[in-house]
Ligand binder design. Structure first.
Ligand code: CO
Length: 134
């Protein structure tokens, strides 16, 4: 069911410093920060030849990234995103196999303008999984 790895998202406590280290140390192609108020994050996309890295920085009061950074002071991998062809069929399959969908269970429009869902980390070895309809 899952296809390509769309991105790995990394929560960062200092966006400028993270952009700088990906750019000057790792030599990556680092984009400009984009505010995503609906998701409570500022995102920086880093294009790699085979996937993307997303740096996530808290935006606003109740950012989900703020809580993550409280527990992980230096930042850390926040989620991985896999592509699926049909997000509703994927969701229905997951629910039928006992996996839990976060939130309402209905897809939201993600940072790339495409429908996304998040799966409960407890069902996947502590890793938060995002599914994006590619
Ligand atoms: Co994501």
């Amino acid at each position: 069911m899952i296809g390509r790895l769309n991105h790995v998202a990394i929560a960062v406590p200092d966006l400028e410093a993270a952009m700088q280290s990906y750019s000057s140390m790792l030599g990556a192609n680092v984009g400009a920060p984009q505010d995503e108020p609906d998701h409570g994050v500022t995102v920086v996309f880093i294009e790699l030849p085979n996937t993307k890295i997303e740096l996530l920085y808290p935006l606003g009061e109740n950012s989900p990234i703020g809580k993550f950074l409280d527990k992980n002071k230096n930042g850390g991998i926040h989620h991985v995103c896999y592509e699926v062809d049909d997000i509703i069929a994927s969701r229905d399959h997951l629910v039928s196999t006992g996996a839990r969908i976060l939130g309402t269970g209905e897809p939201k429009i993600g940072a790339h303008g495409k429908p996304v869902l998040f799966l409960h980390p407890a069902d996947f070895n502590g890793s938060l999984i995002e599914l994006e309809q590619a």
